[in-house]
Design a protein around this ligand. Structure first.
Ligand SMILES: [Cu+2]
Length: 312
């Protein structure tokens, strides 16, 4: 494969300009409506198969009640898919992909519809500029309502994407319920392009996180359950990769290479808790390929999926 891969300025961009640089204004205003909603029968492996060991699982091992982020149409019209169309066959975990460009203002309207556990929830965003009232992180005696949105209540988080925000970043529940929420899939990503930067033709989200006894990608375990990503030869594809939880993972795609932040050709890249990276290449290798975490015990516990490239 030719060296067409380029790394998107993920965390790299932050070092380019002295940090805490004033955000640039004059971009678009983007509004998102995101609710915390119950997913009472989330199934990590709907086909009940451990495709690595070739054994069967049972719903008692793979199904659990949880709360997830769910995107809505403006002004809470109705719920819609979290993932952009064409990017994945999955939904709900991770939360909606929040897109913006450097210079944009973001208003993320959040509503807590957790009728399952009736816990407080919040949204806390990495990589963007905001005032403390949009931090969403709970600290007893210090934080405000933004960090502890009670069931039935809402909060609007006001964010600005700066020149130092280009790349992909996590957001997650940072309320008093944070630990349970993150274990249950309450996280998502911001995807911020530079001002003149072209959008990829396909954008895939890969979130590595442990869940119960399994190691999941986007809340699912084992081939047959994990996201199936697709592209067509000639398309520019972007992988948004993130880890949540307390473990490190190594993102690997078969049959492909990309250039890492040190300028080296790699086919495996490490990602730790709340770290992210975005990689791009122009696809030219048709076939069915595996992508997975290369930590062997994680792969065997479900952290593996397939990527299908077809000819035009
Ligand atoms: Cu892993």
């Amino acid at each position: 494969m030719r060296r067409l891969a380029t790394i998107v300025a993920a965390v790299v961009g932050a070092g380019a300009v002295a940090s805490a640089a004033a955000p640039v204004a004059s971009g678009a205003v983007r509004q998102y409506w995101v609710a915390a909603v119950p997913a009472p029968t989330w199934n990590m492996a709907p086909n009940e198969r451990d495709a690595m060991a070739g054994t069967m699982l049972s719903p008692s091992q793979t199904v659990f009640p949880t709360v997830v982020f769910r995107r809505y149409t403006p002004h809470w019209g109705h719920p819609i898919r979290n993932v952009p169309s064409g990017s994945s066959n999955q939904d709900l975990i991770p939360g909606p992909l929040l897109r913006a460009r450097a210079g944009d203002r973001l208003y993320v309207h959040f509503k807590n519809l957790d009728t399952l556990y009736k816990r407080p929830h919040s949204m806390h965003f990495h990589g963007v500029h905001y005032k403390p009232s949009s931090d969403g992180a709970y600290l007893p005696g210090v934080s405000g309502r933004d960090a502890e949105v009670m069931p039935g209540q809402s909060w609007t988080y006001k964010l600005t994407a700066g020149h130092d925000s280009v790349g992909v970043w996590p957001y997650h529940d940072h309320s008093p319920s944070m630990e349970d929420s993150i274990a249950g899939g309450m996280y998502g990503m911001l995807s911020i392009l530079g001002r003149g930067q072209k959008r990829p033709d396909r954008e895939f989200e890969v979130v590595f996180a442990p869940m119960g006894d399994y190691q999941t990608i986007d809340g699912r375990a084992f081939v047959g359950n994990t996201p199936v990503f697709t592209s067509i030869v000639g398309q520019t594809i972007q992988w948004d990769v993130m880890a949540m939880g307390s473990e490190h993972h190594t993102f690997h795609v078969h049959g492909h290479r990309w250039v890492d932040r040190d300028g080296r050709d790699v086919d495996t890249q490490t990602v730790g808790p709340a770290e992210t990276f975005a990689i791009r290449w122009r696809e030219e290798d048709p076939g069915t390929w595996l992508y997975h975490c290369h930590v062997e015990s994680h792969m065997m516990a479900g952290m593996i999926g397939t990527y299908h490239v077809t000819r035009r």
